[in-house]
Design a protein. Structure first.
Length: 321
């Protein structure tokens, strides 16, 4: 008699069965952790994003809209198309203000960059004292308004200590802030005094990324300090210097508070920079549409300058390799 054998049902090994039961769970756990991290990141980003939308994005879009309207706060905005831009192109005061602003930017950027670079190199090559860096940064801790008032007193034609020194040297007193020739250079140098320490520390931080081995090798080859500066420091500092220049140019085009507290646009519109003219049009004559058009024009100019600076200076690439 033949007995039919029947094989038992196939079963997975115990370990495989456990893996089959528990395998997907780690993936779900990772998904939950990833979702939790995303929500936490969104929570931390929410205040900054809200501030960006409320204080930057919405005012910018609102300003662009108002630049196509006639608006004075008392009546609803009236759409006028390109009338404000046509008026701006034909406004000689606008072009004069833009010329004055460019003059200020050239003096401020030229002197500030050269002085800041010299200070940064001296800090790196001679001393790295934290106390000295704090002293260099001290003027930056003062607001532009306070700095302007202090220098207004120091440079007063009759009572200022600056003119007292000039008179003691036997020269005629100089109306630094009351003369059309001296006013813009004086305001530019006041802002250089205030910002040069901060700019120098930014450049000093960039200098720290340059390896000392390069300087040591150059010294072995007999290179002078000036040659090392031209051949090593400037090329390798270029990306940081480019970013600093972009920041300082944008800030210089927006000069306002120093002019307001020292000269109020005078004498004879010699310091009527573009930001001060925009402020006068908006809050002095309530021409908010025209002021918005000039603001949009300034935004376009700054965007173009920033793009050109970024491309010409290759700010996104470093030679350190």
């Amino acid at each position: 008699m033949t007995i039919a054998s029947s094989s038992p049902p196939s079963r997975l090994p115990l370990g495989s069965a456990r893996e089959a039961r528990t395998g997907p769970r780690p993936n779900r756990a990772r998904a939950r952790e990833s979702g939790g991290d995303g929500r936490l990141a969104a929570l931390f980003l929410a205040p900054a994003l809200l501030g960006f939308v409320v204080f930057l994005l919405w005012p910018t879009l609102r300003g662009v809209y108002l630049s196509f309207t006639r608006f004075n706060l008392l009546t609803p905005a009236e759409w006028v198309g390109l009338d404000n831009y046509v008026r701006m192109v034909n406004d000689p005061i606008f072009w004069d203000s833009l010329t004055v602003t460019v003059e200020y930017v050239v003096i401020n950027i030229g002197v500030q960059t050269a002085a800041a670079l010299a200070i940064a190199v001296l800090l790196q090559r001679l001393t790295q004292s934290a106390m000295l860096r704090g002293i260099v940064l001290t003027p930056y801790l003062m607001s532009n308004v306070v700095a302007g008032i202090v220098w207004l007193w120091l440079l007063d034609t009759q009572l200022g200590i600056g003119n007292e020194i000039v008179a003691a040297l036997g020269a005629d007193r100089i109306p630094f802030l009351a003369d059309e020739t001296w006013a813009i250079p004086t305001i530019a140098l006041i802002n250089v005094w205030r910002h040069v320490g901060y700019t120098a520390l930014l450049l000093f931080a960039g200098l720290q990324a340059i390896p000392n081995d390069m300087y040591e090798a150059a010294r072995v080859d007999g290179a002078s300090e000036w040659r090392m500066f031209r051949r090593i420091t400037l090329p390798l500092l270029r990306p940081v210097l480019a970013v600093v220049l972009i920041m300082t140019v944008i800030g210089s085009f927006q000069v306002f508070d120093t002019v307001t507290v020292t000269t109020a646009g005078g004498p004879a519109n010699a310091t009527n920079v573009l930001q001060y003219y925009i402020y006068g049009a908006a809050f002095g004559r309530f021409q908010f549409g025209y002021a918005s058009a000039m603001s949009v024009a300034l935004l376009v100019v700054l965007s173009a300058i920033t793009f050109l600076q970024y491309r010409l200076t290759r700010a996104g690439r470093s030679d350190l390799g």
